[in-house]
Design a protein around this ligand. Structure first.
Ligand SMILES: *Cc1c(COP(=O)(O)O)cnc(C)c1O
Ligand SMILES: [Zn+2]
Length: 377
């Protein structure tokens, strides 16, 4: 594989992609730019895992790939709010969330960098994914997660052999403790390290194949740090640049109203992430007060003609029941994007005739304790 470009999105400083680094010297986030693309013809003969898009995934050497043959999740149609939503069943991954798309690539890069120990912070799903792939790579892993994280996710992280540190306070407290610990060990953060989103982008490639090599009109992604959102943008942008689609889908970013800094930024045209005090939300997976890649998120949504939109917590339990009764049990965080799709349809931002894809990002069983309360069983 030819080397990828590895550079800061704030100051443009370039770094060699073969040396471990998670942030620019200026403090800005880094981005990685693969300089290859797969051909449509080559895909037919490849295994149906996300590594079929090999040329687009910026890992140098095949021998470093850490995989469980994940990917190519089903795309099923479900009626909701007077439209047919194409649901990308991205909870069908080894760890039960779409974060495995990012973790397989991120941990491959960690292996390529020869790291023996890493640490990261997460509200649960990214941690479970990184813990599982770290185990597979033989890399020791420390996880910092909010004490309020669903018990099922905590058990899962521990079962993969990672050391779990439960941090009291809001989600941001876990990040602060992890960044301090990162002075000693490599910080395998899924939002600081750009390799992660070059895994999540494969959901766009799969949708493109599943729709007969076309893009949908719109996608709606539940959004905190933006790994599903930016994955969609990176994936569809690469397809556009290669001439494989003629237009980006409108990319809509859905946040929980109780923690919606990006919605505020968008609506008030702010130049910096506002200081907010997040309220506790049932959408634990996207409760992010200070997203790192806000610039990229705004650009993605603006360029595609989408918008940021918030959803009240109260709309989530009925939605979980509605989709459950149609055979799809998702975790509360995932429901935010479906509720948003309904609102966007009502507001006319998605029309009747448009195709819309929404990823089901996490399995309902991931939040079994919370579901138990919601379903009052
Ligand atoms: C991580 C996650 C998301 C997206 O979160 P980002 O912080 O935007 O990357 C969405 N749904 C679930 C269930 C998640 O775990
Ligand atoms: Zn920089």
């Amino acid at each position: 594989m030819s080397e990828a470009e590895f550079a800061c999105i704030d100051c443009g400083e370039n770094y060699p992609p073969n040396l471990p680094r998670w942030r620019c010297g200026c403090g800005g986030p880094l981005e990685v730019e693969p300089n290859a693309v797969f051909t449509r013809e080559s895909l037919a003969s490849r295994p149906t895992t996300l590594w079929r898009y090999r040329e687009a995934i910026p890992i140098q050497d095949d021998s470093n790939i850490v995989t469980m043959d994940e990917g190519m999740t089903p795309l099923v149609s479900i009626a909701h709010s007077g439209m047919e939503i194409l649901c990308k069943l991205d909870f069908l991954f080894p760890t039960g969330s779409f974060k495995d798309r990012g973790a397989t690539v991120l941990m491959s890069k960690m292996k390529e960098w020869g790291l023996a120990q890493v640490l990261m912070d997460s509200s649960g799903n990214a941690a479970a994914a990184v813990a599982a792939y770290a185990a597979r790579a033989g890399i020791e892993c420390d996880i910092y997660a909010p004490a309020s994280t669903s018990q099922a996710k905590c058990a899962q992280i521990t079962a993969y052999g990672a050391r779990l540190h439960k941090i009291p306070g809001p989600r941001a407290a876990s990040t602060a403790v992890a960044m301090e610990a990162a002075k000693e060990r490599f910080y395998a953060s899924h939002f600081w390290n750009p390799w992660f989103n070059h895994g999540t982008k494969t959901w766009a490639f799969e949708v493109w194949e599943q729709l007969g090599f076309t893009a949908p009109n719109a996608v709606v992604a539940p959004t905190g740090h933006g790994s599903a959102l930016l994955g969609a943008y990176l994936g569809f942008s690469e397809l556009l640049r290669a001439g494989y689609i003629s237009e980006l889908p409108k990319i809509f970013a859905a946040q929980a109203a109780r923690c919606a800094p990006m919605v505020q930024m968008w609506e008030e045209n702010l130049e910096a992430v506002p200081e907010i005090t997040p309220e506790e939300t049932i959408a634990e997976g996207i409760s992010i007060a200070a997203p790192v890649r806000w610039k990229q998120m705004i650009e993605a949504v603006r360029e595609s003609g989408g918008c940021f939109i918030s959803v009240e917590d109260e709309t989530i339990p009925p939605l979980l029941r509605e989709f459950g009764a149609k055979g799809v049990l998702m975790e509360p965080t995932s429901a935010v994007a479906f509720a948003a799709a309904g609102l966007l349809r009502e507001q006319g931002k998605i029309s009747q005739s448009e195709s819309v894809v929404v990823p089901v990002t996490g399995h309902g069983l991931k939040a079994a304790d919370k579901l138990e309360k919601l379903m009052s069983v």
